[in-house]
Unconditional design. Sequence first.
Length: 106
Amino acid sequence: MVEVTLKLPGDARRKVLKALREELAKLEGKASRLRDEIRAYEEKYGLDSRELVKLWDKALEHKRALPLPEGADLDLIEWRSLYEIYEALLNDVEELKESIRRLCES
């Protein structure tokens, strides 16, 4: 990985920081909304999302059905998809926070 450090004049630096912070706020808002949707599925099925992923992977590995209520297929697919998007979004949030921190230090 190659890292490039740019020295920005004060005004440009402030504008970049403002834009990054606005993007961070948007991403955190999206993550919060996704978390709420995911929590609704967790409450509905009485199962943590990490446990769903483990059960899902184990069921695929052993070619078995998931031990969850019949007719939950679409919910499970949406739930798993939302959880994967949420996890990726959290990674993006952390990377953006790190970028902001480094820009503040430069």
